[in-house]
Design a protein around this ligand. Structure first.
Ligand code: ZN
Length: 451
């Protein structure tokens, strides 16, 4: 088997080869032994195949030896600063952290203690951990915008620029999902502790976003993120939909993470949160909307989301007691699955992928819930951790080891105790259904080793 571009490829700058890995070709995605990728001087894949490398003379070859090469993983939903409360929310105390809402009180305390430099530091540490776990692109759902008393900094985008600077320093690709937050609930003004999340109004928010668009680059994209239907009134959702369409931006929102949100939405509007975003025009452009969580939704909501994405965050959802997302029902409805580390209590997209499957097994007392015809379940889970996230973030050229894609890759040690003595044919299943990202030993972005 050999996949090359139709024309004779330009002279390769480097050939990378390994014991096993992923090849994305016209015939789909394959997990093969003895793969190779030919890169140009910018780290873009210009040809790939398996077995002996032919057609490239006097090329620098890098043999990754007993390694397994996966596409760099794409983390579609993160709040980096929440890593700072890791391990601090599991004891009964003043806030009795026994529900999502009491956990949120502790999270708000952390958010309100952030200074620009502290935000930069905690974000940098979080992104470094992601990169080491094989994540090469992150969608940061960024909602702490203003000073602690709610007043804008002299540069209204100062804190967003701290996120950009942290990603740049670490060398991870960033999709900055700029969050709109206007209310504490349907018709309720913001709480004291939510003031620094809130823009004056939707026009002020969109003006801020406009100021961020010129910063976009090969490594930085921008998307819009109305926080939730609780936090953003319908007229503002409509304005976001128009701006996103005008500027070809993806839109993300927390949807139906909690039953209480559904009830409040029904009380205020008589419909579900998914139906409300549909009414606001956010589902009109195919593939551009991502509902984060979408746990407590029904068949009608799933049908509305057809052609769009749901971002599951299983370790966070388990941590917070949110409920179990039924990935198989979403698949059956034609909704693409993506994955996020969300609260960053755990940073490991292999664990997220496996949890997506295993949570549904526990809920249904069945196995192989996400299995699709003629495809191993491990491939479905890898897709969610790679191409699913890339599509969700509006960067579909990422998360793939294909001709014309940048060589962004997570390299896994074949001899790690997790995989030792596993047959080649079982490697991907062993990694995705029994493993973690611990065996990731090298990470490439644009063909350059960066972790
Ligand atoms: Zn979130």
């Amino acid at each position: 088997m050999r996949h090359v571009t139709d024309s004779v490829p330009p002279q390769a700058y480097m050939i990378l080869r390994a014991a096993a890995g992923i090849l994305d070709g016209d015939g789909g995605r394959e997990f093969v032994t003895d793969p190779w990728w030919a890169l140009d001087e910018h780290g873009k894949i210009i040809a790939l195949g398996r077995g002996p490398v032919e057609g490239f003379d006097e090329v620098m070859t890098r043999d990754l030896g007993r390694s397994v090469v996966l596409p760099g993983m794409v983390n579609a939903h993160s709040h980096a600063f929440q890593r700072s409360i890791r391990g601090r929310t599991h004891r009964r105390g003043a806030h009795d952290p026994s529900s999502f809402w009491s956990w949120r009180t502790q999270m708000y305390e952390a958010a309100n203690g952030l200074t620009p430099s502290r935000l930069y530091d905690v974000t940098k540490a979080c992104f470094q951990e992601m990169l080491r776990a094989g994540i090469t692109c992150v969608g940061e759902f960024h909602y702490v915008h203003h000073d602690a008393d709610g007043s804008p900094y002299d540069d209204a985008n100062l804190l967003s620029k701290q996120i950009i600077a942290a990603a740049d320093e670490v060398g991870i690709r960033l999709v900055l999902l700029e969050v709109l937050y206007l209310a504490a609930g349907f018709g309720a003004p913001p709480l004291e502790e939510q003031r620094r999340f809130c823009d004056r109004d939707v026009d002020g928010f969109l003006a801020r976003c406009e100021g961020l668009l010129p910063h976009r680059s090969e490594a930085l994209s921008v998307g819009l993120a109305p926080h939730s239907v609780r936090a953003v009134p319908v007229h503002a959702l409509e304005a976001v939909a128009r701006f996103a369409a005008d500027h070809q931006l993806v839109v993300h929102a927390h949807i139906s993470e909690q039953v209480a949100e559904n009830q409040a939405c029904a009380d205020a509007h008589g419909i579900s949160p998914v139906a409300l975003v549909e009414r606001a025009g956010l589902l009109q452009r195919p593939g551009t909307f991502t509902a984060v969580h979408a746990i407590h939704i029904d068949d009608a909501d799933r049908a509305r989301l057809r052609g769009h994405q749901v971002c599951a965050c299983p370790t966070t959802e388990a941590d917070l007691g949110d409920g179990t997302l039924m990935g198989s029902a979403l698949q059956a409805a034609g909704v693409q699955l993506a994955l996020g580390s969300d609260s960053n209590s755990v940073i490991d997209l292999i664990t997220e992928a496996r949890s997506l499957e295993l949570h549904e097994r526990l809920a249904t007392q069945q196995r192989l819930c996400l299995a699709r015809e003629q495809q191993p379940i491990s491939m479905t889970l890898l897709d969610a951790a790679t191409t699913g996230g890339a599509r969700s973030l509006g960067v579909p050229h990422l998360g793939r080891l294909a001709v014309d894609a940048p060589f962004d890759a997570a390299v896994i040690a074949r001899e790690h105790p997790l995989l030792r003595d596993v047959a080649d044919a079982d490697l991907l299943d062993a990694l995705m259904l029994s493993g973690t990202s611990a065996p990731v030993h090298t990470v490439f972005i644009n063909g350059v080793e960066c972790a």
